[in-house]
Design a protein. Structure first.
Lengths: 140, 385
């Protein structure tokens, strides 16, 4: 599997994920929550940031179900759903992630036929190539 | 200062292209030179007169190599445009601006690509991972088709886009390719039944929602409108040009703004129509970038051929076919002629206005050509006298 590339702007996201916390880059001056992380707030040009904790709840905005040809590690578990989740806090905060039956389950553990746009999900944290990342699980 | 619009001040007077195939023996550099030489021959202009070049940043053959091989003169303008297939029409627009402002007199734009026999860019796991790809690819949205599948499914949910609508796009392109001997899919028919039963590549998108993988090269030659009137070929004027990188846009993974389904075509269109004498309803034929079928409904909306969300319904009742409301991709496009990053759409736009297309739209006098929607993009409106 591909390991997420950790750049300067996104590093805190992964540090918090390792503690089981979903936190988003937030402008320390104007309070705007930003995703993906970036070096400057596009609203007030501040370069000072905090990392605001999110509820970890959201809804599925859309999803795709890739099938081969894929990189070998992904082909081995295809078809698997990849979801885009709108966070409860702000609909423009949409995280791409895997939808899994539980934190320890494989990325093909949820039957794509059962997935619906608008479906509520909650965050779980799983390991991807040694890095903690957010994933999603159905929230009934 | 009042701006002087680009309107009709530069014209395409030469086009050239190699054959298209899954595998061609010559190098990309050799193919580029052949296409450029053919375009110059078509224009009746000597290579030593070439003083401008424009290309995509993804173009692997550079100006130095091309200029010294084809025999260009002293070059005073050279420009590169980024974002993959979003740059196709911008190469034309940049040359037109250079010629209109006197920075150059004879411009060449080209694309040479061995995407048929060469590697798929998404298999490069080193260069494909940096920002912002770390937020999408590791979770399995590996390929452009996966990124577009997400937008397509959302369009289905919000506006009722159907697989049949996307099939209408694929079939219209295939029907045109069936009449174009240069098209890769010249001999292969495609029915709605074939389309609906094809294997999924990234659900909801199937095999026929994806463009071809092709080796080939194309080029155009451009001069001022004044000079064009004395050239061998009927001039095809660059009537209007627009580029688009919308505020808070995020590339093909444009999931992080108010409306991810309003892509860069909306921004490019605003600039394109700003100085145009024509409106969308005046366009006789369109060549719309089609790496994936959903880009057609998204572009139809962006360029104003229908309302927001109506791009799927627009494809009904044969609208995209010859004789329909807006015939598109009359050489077969990227889906069925050749996928050369959209440059074949430019050459086909020129043929339509010369009256030499193998799927000629009778009396066509305006043709919209667009670059890839969903990435920072560009478009040109071409016209003839």
């Amino acid at each position: 599997m591909l390991r997420p590339f950790v750049d300067d702007d996104g590093a805190p996201y992964f540090e918090y994920a390792a503690k089981g916390e979903l936190r988003m880059q937030t402008c320390a001056r104007c309070g705007e929550v930003l995703f993906p992380p970036r070096p400057m707030c596009p609203h007030c040009q501040s370069t000072e940031f905090e990392w605001k904790r999110m509820s970890g709840r959201g809804h599925i905005w859309s999803f795709a179900v890739p099938r081969p040809p894929l990189l070998p590690d992904y082909a081995a578990v295809a078809p698997y759903p990849v979801v885009v989740v709108e966070l409860e806090e702000d609909r423009r905060l949409r995280l791409v992630g895997n939808l899994v039956a539980g934190a320890d389950a494989e990325i093909n553990s949820v039957d794509p036929a059962t997935i619906e746009i608008g479906q509520p999900v909650r965050v779980v944290f799983r390991e991807l190539e040694g890095l903690a990342v957010a994933a999603w699980t159905p929230d009934e | 200062m009042n701006p002087t619009p680009l309107k009709d001040r530069a014209a395409i007077v030469g086009i050239g292209q190699t054959e298209f195939a899954k595998h061609l023996e010559p190098s990309e550099k050799a193919l580029a030179c052949r296409a450029i030489a053919m375009a110059l021959d078509d224009a009746g202009i000597a290579a030593r007169e070439v003083d401008a070049f424009a290309a995509y940043t993804m173009e692997a053959t550079d100006e130095v190599e091309v200029a010294k091989a084809v025999g260009a003169g002293d070059v005073t303008f050279f420009s590169r445009v980024g974002f993959g297939g979003g740059g196709s029409c911008a190469t034309i627009g940049h040359l037109a601006m250079a010629i209109a402002t006197g920075q150059a007199e004879v411009g060449v734009a080209w694309r040479s690509r061995k995407r048929g026999s060469g590697p798929r860019p998404w298999t490069d796991t080193v260069n494909q991972l940096p920002t912002p790809a770390q937020w999408t690819r590791p979770f399995g949205l590996l390929r452009p088709v996966d990124e577009i599948a997400v937008l397509a499914r959302r369009h289905m949910y919000e506006y009722g886009l159907t697989r049949e609508h996307l099939g209408n796009v694929a079939i219209a392109c295939r029907n045109r390719a069936n009449a174009n001997p240069a098209a890769i899919m010249h001999e292969r028919k495609l029915t709605m039944e074939d389309y609906l039963s094809a294997r999924m590549i990234s659900d909801p998108l199937c095999l026929f929602d994806n463009c071809l993988e092709t080796d080939g090269a194309l080029a155009v030659v451009m001069v001022s409108a004044e000079r064009a009137r004395d050239c061998k070929q009927q001039p095809v004027y660059v009537h209007a040009f627009g580029q688009g990188l919308p505020a808070q846009h995020h590339g093909m993974v444009n999931y992080w703004n108010d409306d991810p389904l309003a892509g860069p075509s909306w921004t490019a269109a605003k600039q394109l129509w700003k100085y145009s004498d024509f409106r969308p309803e005046d366009v006789d034929v369109a060549q719309i970038y089609d790496a994936f079928t959903p880009l057609i409904p998204l572009s139809l909306e962006g360029y104003g051929f229908c309302g927001k969300g109506e791009g799927g319904a627009f494809t009904e009742d044969g609208a995209l076919e010859l004789g329909g409301r807006l015939p598109i991709n009359t050489s077969g496009g990227g889906l069925s002629e050749a996928y050369v990053h959209g440059f074949n759409l430019i050459n086909e736009g020129v043929r339509q206005l010369r009256g030499t297309s193998s799927n000629q739209v009778a009396g066509a006098s305006t043709c919209l050509v667009t670059a890839g929607e969903a990435v920072p993009t560009s478009a040109v409106l071409l016209r003839r006298d």
